[in-house]
Design a protein around this ligand. Structure first.
Ligand SMILES: CC(C)(COP(=O)(O)OP(=O)(O)OC[C@H]1O[C@@H](n2cnc3c(N)ncnc32)[C@H](O)[C@@H]1OP(=O)(O)O)[C@@H](O)C(=O)NCCC(=O)NCCS
Length: 158
């Protein structure tokens, strides 16, 4: 498995994962907009032609924000998200980012454990931030080490 920059050709596969796995899937238009965003940074974890997971970030130097992170259900609990985040932190460091922010549903225990294990800490709450269902968002952040100091290895195999 490799982690590489997301390409426009990945769009159809990502859309299928969104529709099949996410309660509030991103639309094709939203995905296209993010892929084309000037200050966007997006990675996929791929095994051959198969997209296993993906992450979308925006950068406003020196800050970055994780907008979306999804691993296809059949690839979960195999360190795909952990690897995507590690590679993303290294890539963001290379662009000059020193910090990353994200919001996550307060009930998303899997994501909260993932983020804790990859160095994110909680810095606040946004009340009733999400809809369908209405729920608070937890605001998390993580410092990004200078380029070359972030762990940056691929997953061993498919
Ligand atoms: C959250 C998500 C991205 C995790 O992806 P993943 O590739 O399965 O995560 P990893 O295998 O790298 O897991 C790393 C650690 O996170 C925690 N974790 C991940 N999934 C978990 C789960 N379902 N239950 C409990 N802990 C979990 C564990 O501590 C895990 O380490 P371990 O497997 O050694 O115990 C994935 O479940 C997903 O796509 N969920 C739907 C979308 C979503 O919630 N995105 C985040 C929104 S902010």
């Amino acid at each position: 498995m490799i982690v590489r920059p997301l390409a426009p050709e990945d769009l159809a596969r990502i859309e299928r994962i969104e529709q099949g796995a996410m309660p509030s899937p991103w639309s094709e238009a939203a995905l296209r907009e993010e892929i084309g965003a000037a200050n966007g940074f997006a990675l996929v974890a791929a095994c051959g032609e198969t997209v296993c997971g993906y992450a979308f970030f925006r950068t406003v130097l020196p800050e970055s924000e994780l907008l979306h992170l999804v691993v296809a259900p059949e690839w979960r609990r195999r360190q795909v998200a952990t690897t995507l985040l590690r590679r993303a932190m290294a890539g963001l460091a290379a662009q000059g980012c020193t910090v990353c922010f994200l919001e996550v549903r307060a009930s998303n225990a899997a994501a909260l454990r993932l983020y804790a294990s990859t160095g994110f800490i909680r810095i606040g709450t946004r009340k009733h931030y999400y809809s369908q269902p209405v729920e608070d968002a937890l605001l998390l952040t993580r410092d990004i080490m200078p380029a070359g100091e972030e762990r940056n290895e691929d997953i061993a195999g498919c």
